[in-house]
Design a protein around this ligand. Sequence first.
Ligand SMILES: NC(=O)c1ccc[n+]([C@@H]2O[C@H](COP(=O)([O-])OP(=O)(O)OC[C@H]3O[C@@H](n4cnc5c(N)ncnc54)[C@H](O)[C@@H]3O)[C@@H](O)[C@H]2O)c1
Length: 284
Amino acid sequence: MGRLDGKVALITGAARGQGRAHALTLAREGADIIGVDIAADLDSVPYGLATGEELAATAAQVEELDRRALFLRADVRRQDQLDDAVARGLSEFGRIDILCANAGIYSQANFWEMSDQTWQDMIDVNLTGIWRTAKAVAPHMIENRRGVMVLTSSVNGFRPGYQLSHYVAAKHGVIGLMRNFAVELAPYDVRCNAVCPGAIDTVMINNPPIYERFSGNPDGTREEAIESVRHFHLLHGRSMLPPETVSNGILWLVSDEAEHVTGVALPLDAGHMALDGYNPAPTK
Ligand SMILES: NC(=O)c1ccc[n+]([C@@H]2O[C@H](COP(=O)([O-])OP(=O)(O)OC[C@H]3O[C@@H](n4cnc5c(N)ncnc54)[C@H](O)[C@@H]3O)[C@@H](O)[C@H]2O)c1
């Protein structure tokens, strides 16, 4: 008996990283998975996004768990592609019980130097994309008076970050969306919560600009980044956390164990949010 037997989950950004971990975690508990991902790069993002091969590999891993998998290319900036994914999912599986709005991008620039494209891509994917995804799924959940959404924010949904005005604005906005969706969906017994990951060990934080950010060294390495991230978390001995850190929080939020939980922004961050403030560039 799985905790999600008979349920169907739609996950965005499902090809790799946290999205893949969510797909496998929910499938292991009995859910069938509709996975969508852009599986293509964006010019303003300084690392490669997922590939078609990764999308297919995640689908195969779900099927190896004896669950059904419908994995599609869709861009969360495109309402027609999301609506189509929902329609195909409903025609194949007949229901959608769970939404994980997880797809996201990351880039860095001082706000006074940021290009319009970098700002707009961030807002379109990380904020408007969440609204579009929820919009595509909500009518089905409302009609059935059943469902749960989990929106992926970040500790940057509460905290600022150097050269992250666009990311921070989007992730704060996701918490606002979550609270409002929770209010608007409650009359239909549909719940909505957010997860706020700390530093999670995925491609998003394993690329040269991030190694430089974490190490303070233009030729920074993963090893240096791992050492530096130890300062990011409160719990002893933690550096970049495994993606399952977030999947396990999501599993609880979407399970019946959390049937009375809505409107919550849950940090999954090894205590980052409980840390004292720290100024990395103190005045001399
Ligand atoms: N890794 C971290 O430290 C961290 C921390 C806090 C929050 N997050 C958030 O977690 C979520 C997952 O990120 P991750 O760490 O797994 O990174 P990742 O880059 O491995 O995964 C993100 C996925 O989203 C997909 N994607 C990007 N733009 C898309 C679009 N327009 N439409 C559809 N799919 C798109 C990518 O192809 C990729 O598969 C993101 O929302 C991210 O902001 C990550």
